[in-house]
Design a protein around this ligand. Structure first.
Ligand code: KG4
Ligand code: ZN
Length: 340
């Protein structure tokens, strides 16, 4: 007889996406509902925390109901309730955490607090059923840039991180500088192939920390370049700037990630987070990995950016390790990867 699957209702509200999903055994997605606030924040050129929280309050219940309904399940069918409790915007996180606590307490279900960044990594377990730790993972999102060794489910060693801006943040800032609007990542991704990467923007190395990243200098170099060109009365070649900037970010991500894979003796590499959906990064990383016999994994774009299915996957492995939260779970805006 087949064993009954472990079904988890997962909730995510750490930034500007209100999301809920139903996931079985950490790998099978029965529903994945995402209500994006992007259009709302576009007006202000970035996420406005207060508006995000208010919108989460409005959307959280309908999104959860929709996730259950699409999965054709009731709350009673759930084995546990999972929620992102950090890192993220405190007001935004609190909405999901409060909803999850209320539901778990009312239905007397176990509550599992999940680290958002670990959720991004777990998106790969949904996309690649055969993938298991250990592996090296490059996590590149709007708020985080990490190079980690995932030793086992829920066990991480941080090898490198950004010293300043996150990769996605630098995409967003440069996009704003060349008038592409928010969110900048997908817009630069789209414009870059129309240009030529002929502007020599810096590829920042952090002295004595081979796996660390620094993107703020690159952003300044782009701004200086634009000012300089404007002063000379030159036309701003937006597509060339997009291509050159993307090339600079991608080359650093590729070289650092491959160095970590080699140094740690791995033969596979995993990518996660919003920037992992970047076409330039995917193709450059794929080419470099193929050349060196490294197997590369990344999820579909919808699982790269914020969603609750990835939280349901990470939660399952926490649950299997007996790691559940109390009903007094609180939002931890500065939660670090691997921190419990
Ligand atoms: O992972 P995510 O949805 O949220 C965070 O946890 O931060 O990542 C959002 C970030 C934004 O900075 C966005 O501009 C970037 O990911 N992004 C991209 C692409 N799609 C999203 N950056 C580059 N190319 C893309 N195609
Ligand atoms: Zn995220």
């Amino acid at each position: 007889m087949e064993e009954r699957p472990c079904t988890i209702l997962a909730i995510e509200s750490s930034c500007d996406e209100t999301a809920a999903a139903v996931v079985q055994n950490g790998r099978k997605v029965l529903s994945n509902v995402i209500s994006s606030q992007i259009a709302l924040h576009t007006l202000y050129g970035g996420v406005v925390p207060e508006i995000a929280s208010r919108k989460h309050v409005e959307k959280i219940n309908p999104v959860i109901m929709e996730a259950l309904s699409q999965a054709n399940m009731r709350l009673e069918d759930m084995d546990a309730i999972a929620v992102t409790y950090g890192p993220g915007l405190v007001g935004a996180l609190l909405v999901g955490v409060a909803a999850a606590k209320a539901i778990a307490f009312a239905a007397q279900k176990p509550l599992i607090g999940v680290n958002h960044i670990e959720g991004h990594v777990a998106a790969n377990f949904i996309a690649h059923p055969e993938l298991e730790p250990p592996f090296i993972c490059l996590i590149v999102s709007g708020g985080h840039t990490h190079l980690v060794e995932m030793k086992d489910y829920g066990e991480y060693e941080i090898l490198g991180r950004t010293r300043d801006d996150a990769a996605g943040e630098s995409f967003d800032k440069v996009a704003r500088a060349i008038g592409l609007g928010y969110p900048g990542g997908p817009k630069i991704d789209k414009l870059a192939p129309e240009g030529v990467a002929n502007i020599p923007f810096p590829r920042a190395k952090v002295e004595g920390a081979p796996y660390d990243f620094s993107f703020s200098g690159l952003k300044s170099a782009v701004l200086n370049y634009i000012n300089h060109e404007e002063m000379l009365g030159h036309e701003i070649r937006r597509a060339d700037i997009a291509a050159s900037f993307q090339d600079a970010v991608v080359s650093v991500l590729v070289s650092h990630a491959l160095e970590a894979v080699h140094d740690r003796g791995y033969h596979s590499l995993v990518m996660a987070g919003g920037v992992a959906s970047n076409k330039g990064l995917r193709s450059a990383m794929s080419a470099a990995c193929e050349k060196q016999g490294i197997k590369l994994y990344y999820p579909d774009p919808i699982l790269c950016t914020d969603n609750a299915a990835m939280i349901g996957s990470a939660a399952y492995y926490e649950f299997m390790k007996g790691r559940v939260s109390g009903y007094d779970l609180n939002a931890v805006p500065g939660l670090k990867i691997g921190q419990r």
